[in-house]
Design a protein around this ligand. Structure first.
Ligand SMILES: C[S@@+](CC[C@H](N)C(=O)[O-])C[C@H]1O[C@@H](n2cnc3c(N)ncnc32)[C@H](O)[C@@H]1O
Length: 178
């Protein structure tokens, strides 16, 4: 899988040779959702949904100590989105075009998604998690522990989303990013 594109900055780091970055999935996320259409749009709307995160055997040792955390951050590739990456999108929670980087739309220049999920168990190569908002067989790029002291700033504003906050848990995705 190839992620990334041209770096226009003249002061790019000397170890970035050809302006591309290549990542191999470390595993797969298994969920009950066969299609992006009709499913929850964020983990808060999927708190009763259980999924599994299975890493390749060669990465299993890296799961050591994760069971001590209640939540983790999953980073993954939105494999089931259409190829377009418009810079203005109409997000699920609005009927206005918004800059893609002010949204969590799956169609974006680098199709990287993130979800904070609850860890139910860690066994061997596999995590059982709840609150998962991705399609079945989504390729997993990374797992990090969720740490409120690191991840929750003290003074947060949520821009255009303020008007839609009450809909986040009940909203379901439609076909707009397929
Ligand atoms: C709005 S995104 C938010 C995902 C993540 N929590 C984030 O903020 O990056 C969630 C929606 O993306 C779509 N989706 C989920 N997994 C996907 C995948 N593997 N490929 C393409 N679209 C996906 C579904 O329509 C789902 O409702």
């Amino acid at each position: 899988m190839l992620l990334g594109g041209y770096i226009l900055l003249e002061d790019k780091p000397s170890n970035v040779l050809d302006n591309t970055f290549s990542y191999d999935p470390i595993g797969l996320i298994r969920t009950p959702f066969d299609s992006p259409d009709g499913m929850p749009i964020q983990p808060t709307g999927a708190d009763s949904v259980t999924g599994t995160v299975k890493v390749e055997e060669s990465y299993a040792d890296g799961l050591t100590d994760l069971a001590g955390f209640s939540h983790c951050i999953l980073l993954y590739h939105f494999h089931a989105s259409g190829d377009d990456a418009p810079l203005q999108v109409e997000p699920f929670l609005d009927d206005t075009q918004r800059g893609v980087f002010s949204t969590r739309a799956p169609q974006r220049p680098n199709r990287i998604g993130l979800s904070v999920v609850a860890i139910e168990s860690v066994t061997g190569q596999e995590l059982t998690v709840t609150g998962i908002d991705v399609v079945d067989k989504t390729p997993l790029l990374d797992i990090k522990p969720f740490v409120p002291e690191f991840d929750i700033p003290s003074d947060v504003h949520t821009g255009w989303l303020d008007a839609s906050e009450s809909k986040i848990d009940s909203e379901r995705a439609d076909e707009r990013f397929l």
